[in-house]
Design a protein around this ligand. Structure first.
Ligand SMILES: Nc1ncnc2c1ncn2[C@@H]1O[C@H](COP(=O)(O)OP(=O)(O)OP(=O)(O)O)[C@@H](O)[C@H]1O
Length: 479
């Protein structure tokens, strides 16, 4: 055996085929002839010369006229022409500033932003963000069609690469926003492969917003409570829905509650709306106590108020049954807003099981049946986990202020909210009142900031509109 020359070697049958190496076909490397490279450069140059006047007709006309004036008459007429044009623009700006801003300032800015920001950084940002598509060893990027500017944002209209969707961009809005140094990025779909990326140039929500003026007319489906990141008012719907406001301590939940109450004060004075307030902390709502039709600051009283709201809701449902299907606020049947600060105190933290059970039952009944009869629950909560608040899915609308953890974002705003840019866990603690919401009809979360209703504002409201004196009602009617 030891003399066997093959001892110790692998016992391989002579007929066993060797482990097969798959046959790999690779693209042969062919050296590009110099003439092809030169022709390509010449073609690009010609294309630039032909297309520049078409793409930038005004700039081309001005430059060629200037060059012609210099070559025929010299520099002095050119300087005189520039001075004259400057005076003309100044007069235009003085007399028609809005038109001048739109046609001259914003268009010039758009040209500059196209050249300096988007064209220059487009390829690196999109490649690093993972938005470059590869096919047969070539990279394909969405193509910029136009860049335009509004007073607050850049709108970059692009053509998508075939086979990609706007959703691919929506999943990368954070990377795009940081890549182009914008506070955020929103994606709008105009048509097949036709998409607009909107980058705010500055953060309109960086400074605190003073309390919104009390409106003359109240629309319960669109109460102005703050500002959206695009500069439009943030209108909060209360009639026909329920709203859950979630945020860590100090995130500004009070400003959402108070802005909503402030926006509906004329209706409260007219008697077509009532606020029933539950304030376990006795700090948030107690200041404006005289504005509320009902007020409770202890657990027992809070549960009584909630059960009274349930009774009122059932009474209305009995009266409406078979007669009408929707609620219109009237003095007889006012819109009822049940404001619940720190709802977890009643549903999770209270030591008495009976209180927790009764509170949960009442809130579940109100949120599941109250919409059609004009009852809305506006609740505030610090911790959105199921153990603390297992009723959160009964609130159709949610506001995510600053949150503790990334995982809480999807708990509040629904699956994929964080992927679509709702980084509520990254909101700066120095900007209380900033939140993410999902607006009706759009899956994209929008960044908003609630107006800050100060103690002085609340005191002034209470003095001017205190409804308890106008429409006195007993503190609590137990069901
Ligand atoms: N919309 C806002 N704009 C500017 N500052 C705000 C805004 N909202 C709140 N603040 C500031 O942040 C502080 C904390 O706000 P607030 O009490 O509303 O937070 P909260 O989320 O209700 O906290 P807690 O749960 O502890 O009551 C306020 O005293 C105020 O100074």
């Amino acid at each position: 055996m030891l003399r066997d020359r093959s001892a110790g070697s692998a016992q391989v049958q002579p007929t066993t085929p060797l482990p097969a190496h798959g046959v790999r076909f690779t693209t042969p490397v062919v050296e590009t002839p110099g003439i092809v490279i030169v022709s390509r450069w010449v073609y690009r140059l010609l294309r630039l010369v032909v297309l520049t006047p078409v793409r930038f007709p005004i700039a081309t006309a001005l430059l060629s006229t200037g060059a012609m004036v210099v070559s025929v008459w010299g520099w002095i007429p050119l300087a005189a022409g520039i001075l004259l044009a400057g005076v003309g623009l100044g007069v235009w700006w003085w007399y028609w500033p809005a038109v001048f801003h739109r046609l001259v300032v914003l268009r010039s800015l758009a040209c500059w932003r196209w050249l300096w920001v988007y064209r220059r950084h487009w390829q690196p940002v999109l490649v690093v963000a993972g938005l470059a598509e590869s096919y047969q060893e070539r990279h394909y990027l969405p193509r910029i069609k136009t860049v335009s500017c509004t007073a607050w944002a850049d709108r970059v209209r692009i053509t998508l690469v075939q086979g990609t969707t706007p959703r691919d961009l929506e999943d990368r809005v954070t990377e795009l926003a940081h890549g182009f140094q914008a506070p955020s990025c929103r994606v709008y779909t105009r048509g097949p492969r036709d998409v607009v990326l909107e980058f705010p140039r500055r953060d309109l929500l960086a400074n605190p917003l003073p309390a919104r003026p009390v409106p003359d007319q109240v629309d319960m489906a669109a109460l102005e409570v703050g500002l959206c990141e695009d500069g439009t008012p943030w209108d909060l719907r209360l009639h026909g829905t329920h709203v859950l406001t979630v945020g860590v301590t100090g995130s500004g939940k009070g400003s959402v509650l108070w802005s909503a109450i402030r926006a509906m004060t004329p209706a409260m004075v007219a008697g077509t709306a009532q606020v029933w307030a539950i304030d376990p902390k006795r700090m948030e709502l107690s200041y404006g106590r005289s504005l509320f039709a009902r007020y409770a600051d202890t657990a027992e009283a809070a549960v009584d108020v909630l059960e009274a709201a349930v009774s009122e809701m059932h009474a209305r449902a009995d009266r409406y049954a078979g007669i009408r299907r929707t609620h219109t606020p009237t003095v007889e049947d006012p819109f009822m807003l049940v404001v619940l600060d720190e709802v977890a105190f009643l549903t999770a933290y209270h030591p008495e099981k009976d209180i927790r059970r009764r509170a949960e039952n009442a809130i579940a009944t109100l949120t599941s049946q109250g919409r059609a009869v004009g009852v809305c629950v506006l609740a505030a909560l610090q911790d959105p986990r199921k153990e603390v608040m297992n009723l959160r899915n009964l609130f159709p609308d949610k506001v995510a202020l600053r949150l503790d953890e990334a995982s809480q974002v999807d708990m509040v705003l629904g699956d994929d909210a964080r992927e679509r840019g709702a980084n509520a866990h990254l909101i700066d603690p120095n900007v209380p009142g900033v939140a993410f919401v999902r607006m009706e009809g759009s899956p994209l979360p929008v960044r908003v900031r609630a107006a800050f209703v100060s103690d002085d504002d609340i005191e002034a409201m209470a003095n001017e509109y205190g409804t308890r004196s106008l429409h006195p009602v007993p503190d609590v009617e137990v069901a």
